[in-house]
Design a protein around this ligand. Structure first.
Ligand code: SF4
Length: 184
């Protein structure tokens, strides 16, 4: 029997992070708690908080949190997108739960990359080629999934090769998109 049979969207609200987007709350027919460590094992870059317990992760730009029978999502496009996100979550949770015998559950608490983690590996010359006034502002935008590391031109010059390799690996491990061939 699938863990999730139904997901009912209960609230559609303005998004606090982006005025052009929405956030929503939804109720799930089954309790997700036992599935969270399995999802934590399969979702790159997810943040698991065993104390709640809750799992937070990104789906594109959307920020999703699963807790008990509750789903919250920020930065969805509109009501239609909210429904599509619910369908995606139903399939993700049910397929992961069905395969749980093959998955080693992960109870580790992983932390999101901070802007400082990213900033330390940038050229730090505030040249503005990325369109932002400082490298720290760019690091914050990358950490928030609003910019991609490829927008820092100086980082992709031979001089910064070692930093670029380390940063791409760090970002890939945390579930960010990195340009092909740079994360290994
Ligand atoms: S392009 Fe790179 S080096 Fe230049 S300001 Fe942006 S992040 Fe800093």
């Amino acid at each position: 029997m699938p863990l999730i049979e139904r997901i009912e969207i209960t609230h559609l609200l303005p998004c606090l992070a982006d005025p052009d987007k929405i956030r929503f709350h939804a109720q799930v027919s089954g309790d997700l708690t036992e599935a969270l460590p399995y999802l934590n094992a399969v979702l790159k870059g997810a943040i698991y908080n065993p104390a709640v317990p809750a799992l937070t992760f990104n789906h594109g730009e959307r920020i999703i949190c699963l807790r008990g029978r509750l789903i919250t999502c920020a930065k969805a496009e509109d009501a239609e997108d909210a429904r599509a996100v619910c369908d995606y979550l139903r399939d993700l949770v049910n397929q992961t739960w069905e395969r749980r015998g093959e998955i080693t559950p992960c109870h580790e608490q992983r932390n999101r990359l901070t802007p400082i983690d990213i900033y330390r590996l940038l050229p730090r010359n505030n040249c503005r080629r990325c369109g932002l006034p400082t490298c720290l502002a760019f690091a914050a935008a990358v950490a928030a999934y609003q910019r991609n590391i490829v927008q820092c031109g100086p980082l992709f010059t031979p001089e910064w090769e070692e930093h670029r390799r380390l940063l791409c690996q760090l970002l890939a491990d945390a579930g960010h998109e990195v340009p092909g061939g740079f994360a290994s």
